[in-house]
Write a protein that binds this ligand. Sequence first.
Ligand code: G6P
Length: 611
Amino acid sequence: MCGIVGAIAQRNIVPILIEGLSRLEYRGYDSAGIAVLNQQIERVRAVGRVAELERKAQGLSSFIGIGHTRWATHGGVTEQNAHPHVSPTQDNPQIAVVHNGIIENHDEQRDRLTALGYAFHSQTDTEVIAHLVHYYYQQTRDLLQAVKLTISELTGAYAISVIALENPTQMVVARLGCPLLIGLGDGENFVASDVSAVLSATRRVIYLEDGDVASLTSAGVVIYDKTLQVVERKEHLSDVSLASLELGPYNHFMQKEIHEQPRAISDTIEALIDDGAFRTELFGVEAADIFSQIDSVLILAAGTSYYAGLTAKYWLESIARIPTSVEIASEYRYRESVPNPKQLIVTISQSGETLDTMEALKHAQKLGHTHSLAICNVQESAIPRASSLVFYTRAGAEIGVASTKAFTTQLIALFVLAVTLAKERGLLSPAQELAYLSDLRQVTGSVQIALNLEPQIREWAKQFGDKEHALFLGRGVHFPIAMEGALKLKEISYIHAEAYPAGELKHGPLALVDSNMPVVVIAPNDVLLEKVKSNMQEVKARGGQLFVFADADSHFNASEGVHVIRTPRHVGVLSPILHVIPVQLLAYHAALLKGTDVDKPRNLAKSVTVE
Ligand code: G6P
């Protein structure tokens, strides 16, 4: 989704803005722009890639500027709608603004500003911010005051960065409901919506809190909280590595991130393995107290994270014997549910900023839920900050829109949660604890072995490249993996794919099965294997082509219409983690054959910060 970067320094900041914007590209965008200050506000905008913007910005130079990548919400993908937006007029800009989020009362503000004589040149909600800041700047001649007065009139969500022609040494920023951080340099300061945008300049960051407004000069930063009092915010040293933002020898970030999974998993379990025990404190200092009070779990998430939640339900109920429900965040937040204050709300979010998941958490808290745990991959992001407990997965920055290593590390975190809750509830014998630890230790190697199946999966993908539809089947804890496989295939290869619990086949989808419908089956050796084999016969009898992912103990043989790839190990309860690897690879290679933009599939964004 949209991204912000800004810089104020004693050197030319245009290369910093361009590099920051290209670091933000992974979030998904359709146009980009920058505005810098010299004798006038100079603005360059372009539809499409940041590389195009860079070309148009050749020769531009300044000590202060703001930049933006836009993912269209209000108004189409046009240069007129790209940020920065300016006021009072296009020919004589005195104020320039970049904005992430949505201003809900923009229609009303637009009418008011039109009556005041302002003309609008875009269909965006952001343009009202530029005009409002200009309006108040005329009255106060103080950019900070003008921004404070402006935001007092806005409803909705925003992260903004503003510069003014008359103030070449000051930038004012503000946030409510959208992430924004300040990067601290030596005699220079930065602003960004995502730490990756400032990493090449600094690792020292301050995460602004909701309601904060800040004034930046090259020499310093002053932050005001929502009561407009000066406030100190903690400085962090970001541990995001620049290497995680580079492709290295890979062709796509998705490919790189699929192959990083053994490392991501071992980093995520490192503390646990060092301790040699499932320690409740891994979830936070209050975890023991909270875990002793809860009687059930409600998981809220979106997209791939929701499928991690669906998988976790099986573990939480079978290992910890705790009733668990899983709900799509955007549904839960608008439903009249029955609150239970003894329920632990677990949010799962790679980015920690998905708006629907954040709002679902706030909704639960309004209903009286006080216990919450965030499973998240981004330190200090909004969702963990709003939660009582947090478990950070250590997948490293995930750039590909289609989530891969974040998913497997979420599964690890959720498995650890299930075992830890079982221990807290007195359901875990020391021998069982050791056995689960050993399972976790071995999973990294098993995932590596599954990755080695890539050449066979690449061959299979050839039989998907010309198909329009595919069906994914699984049962029990592997049904969510079938769902994740279908999601991966549809989002990056645009092949329509649906997942069904294999037992439901005969209640509808069997009608679709013919030789043009590949049917992918997740079939490890578990209690449901014989049932899955019967379901497969139903497909085979109708001429369907079966592509079966089995494990070492499944005892399948390939035959006419039945293709089998067997992972060389059986990993018991952690089997979903192993079986998601081949479906990720299948989607990746099918997408390559279709020639799609694997890392930036059409219409999708990495971080969905709008409804
Ligand atoms: C978007 C991304 C998905 C992701 C989902 C939830 O749709 O494209 O890859 O699974 O958001 O994101 P989250 O950051 O909350 O896990």
